[in-house]
Design a protein around this ligand. Structure first.
Ligand code: CA
Length: 589
């Protein structure tokens, strides 16, 4: 009899589970629903701010591990994912295009999906993945061979699987997709191979392409199976045929501003890195030679893929200052709608939320060498001597003049997401203080081969630290506090209404800082470097925090002297989930 009752209960539970479907409403309200996380960024504005305050400056000392989950296998390397939480299950992506569903109460695996990757994939910067999207019964992620895969969230079975682009040309995919009004929005990766960046929207139920927007001028867009409009104006800012292999990979997943109904996507370096092949002259006011829309932020209409506005951070880019870093919509202290972004080029920009127009910019790292500042139109005031020299004019004929430029091409800030606190009105920016020797070389395009025309060595600029987490006032650019770290920071940041800022270090420490002072209030050694993105949620009245630990990413591969400085760090691959037990939360009150 007892057995029968249990069976009946189980089938009712199963029915309930089968009915739970991630809706547009769930996605739209992800920033305020505290018992689930169904978007990358903890809301499509990417603020990474939780309204939870069970865990706060007083109680965080009692935060303890609840469970740990190993990604297993010999496949370790960088774990840059942000977990999702829905209906009692955590969904995480792992290195080598893997996905896992984990029971959030016990840490037990429910299913695992391993993408069968072909030989010859061309990921630039480690075999990482940055997370998934959810819709209905689907959990959707991209793979290193530039495919988009939708899995049944209950079973891990493939529902649809479609190609974004041809990996043999150098395309790959590592970002978390984003869902807007039933469309799954993706960009692409591979800007170091002369590919062309594009933003695409697919029907989330079928994977069918709805629109496509290449981000380099001269290329034709698509809408509902037909050509739509040309991006920009052919040869307005690119010479000859260079636009055909013009780069501009988006790398990251973009944000969505519901207030203006705009997708905001960044674009990477114009290809090749050697800027003299794209513009042999000085930067011009007329914008000829700027190489649009590379190294830019684009505001895109989610229904049609049309570009509504653009803001180029580094015209005629020549240091690999990809313009891909996330753009976060927010309301400033005066109640004005704003967008904030911390660019690889070392400047923190504030734009108008309505049309992306320039408001202000300030340096957020020290010793920036390539520009004296940003003028009142938003254009850099270039230091022409800090442009790597023209190899065609060099006496040797094979290498242009080398310069020491700050920041390095890995950026004042790289992909790792900053966070905004609605509590303090500050941005918390994971930055790095480093420079590089960089020079140009002749190069010609070959499909599937690196298309740089540059050489480089990254170097530290300070003896005792590279990483620097900064609290930045978006009204003034003032750095309110700074937390310095020996190794370069490469993990995401999260803020909470409890007055806490969470992030991790390559040395393996998962830390919580006071959002007003930068004081470290709590830390936990995870056993490998943290390059993942933390989350927090509430379950049965208790607050949980999760971060994935596993050192890797671009620094060990491309970091030059910096990579040597941190070559002692161990690889790994563990999901760490922490919990504030109810009785300990009350103790601290
Ligand atoms: Ca790049």
């Amino acid at each position: 009899m007892r057995h029968l009752v249990l069976a009946a209960t189980a089938s009712i539970l199963a029915m309930t589970a089968a009915q739970a479907q991630v809706t547009e409403e769930d996605i739209a309200n992800d920033a305020t629903i505290t018992n689930q996380i169904v978007t990358n960024g903890m809301g499509r504005d990417l603020q990474r701010y939780s309204p939870l305050d069970i865990l706060n400056r007083d109680t965080v000392q009692h935060l303890v591990p609840a469970w740990a989950f190993s990604l297993g296998g010999e496949k370790q390397r960088g774990q840059e994912t942000q977990p999702l939480i829905y209906d009692g299950v955590m969904y995480i992506t792992g290195s080598y295009s893997r996905m896992y569903a984990i029971d959030i109460e016990t840490g037990r695996e429910i299913w695992q999906y391993d993408a069968r990757l072909p030989e010859g994939i061309l990921p630039c910067c480690d075999v990482i993945n940055r997370g998934a999207a959810m819709w209905g019964d689907l959990v959707i992620f991209g793979t290193l061979d530039a495919r988009l895969v939708a899995l049944d969230r209950h079973t891990g079975d493939t529902v649809w699987n479609t190609q974004i682009a041809d990996y043999r040309q150098g395309y790959s995919y590592t970002a978390a997709p984003m869902i807007v009004n039933g469309l799954v929005i993706t960009g692409n990766s591979g800007g170091e191979f002369g590919i062309v960046g594009a933003v695409e929207a697919r029907d989330v139920e079928t994977g069918e392409l709805v629109w496509r927007r290449p981000v380099i001028e001269g290329h034709m867009g698509m809408l509902n199976g037909e050509e739509s409009t040309m991006t920009g104006e052919l040869n307005a800012t690119w010479p000859g045929d260079m636009w055909q292999t013009g780069g501009g990979a988006t790398w990251l997943g973009g944000s969505y501003d519901a207030e203006t109904d705009t997708i905001i996507m960044g674009t990477g370096n114009p290809a090749p890195w050697n800027s003299w092949l794209r513009n042999a002259g000085e930067p011009t006011e007329g914008n000829a030679g700027d190489n649009l829309y590379a190294a830019s932020r684009l505001g895109i209409d989610p229904a049609t893929g049309e570009i509504r506005w653009h803001f180029q951070t580094t015209p005629r880019e020549g240091w690999d200052f990809d313009g891909v870093n996330e753009v976060i919509p927010f309301t400033n202290a005066a109640g004005e709608g704003r967008l904030a972004t911390a660019d690889r080029n070392g400047f923190f920009y504030v734009l108008d939320r309505a049309d992306g127009s320039f408001v202000d910019a300030w340096p957020f790292v020290q010793n920036i060498s390539w520009a004296e500042g940003i003028d009142d139109t938003g254009r850099p005031i270039y230091v022409e001597d800090n442009r790597p020299g023209d190899p065609s004019a060099a006496a040797s004929g094979d290498r242009g003049e080398s310069v020491f430029a700050v920041p390095s091409f890995l950026g004042g800030k790289n992909w790792m997401p900053m966070a905004y606190s609605q509590n303090t009105g500050l941005f918390y920016v994971p930055s790095n203080e480093w420079g590089m020797d960089i020079w140009n070389e002749p190069v010609t395009y070959r499909e599937g081969a690196a298309y740089l025309g540059s050489g480089f060595t990254i170097e530290p600029i300070f003896e005792d630290y590279i990483g620097s987490l900064k609290a930045i006032d978006p009204d003034t650019g003032e750095i309110i506090w700074e937390y310095r770290n020996a190794a370069p920071l490469w993990g995401g940041v999260m803020t909470t209404a409890g007055g806490l800022v969470f992030t991790g270090t390559p040395e393996g420490e998962f830390i919580a800082l006071d959002d007003e002072t930068g004081e470290v209030l709590w830390s936990f050694q995870t056993g490998s470097g943290i390059v993942g993105q933390p989350i927090t949620w509430e379950q049965d009245g208790e607050q949980y925090v999760t971060v994935v630990s596993g050192w890797g990413g671009a620094v060990p591969l491309w970091g030059g002297e910096v990579a040597q400085r941190v070559n002692y760090l161990n690889q790994g691959g563990t999901v760490w989930t922490f919990r504030l037990p109810r009785e300990l939360a009350q103790l601290a009150e």
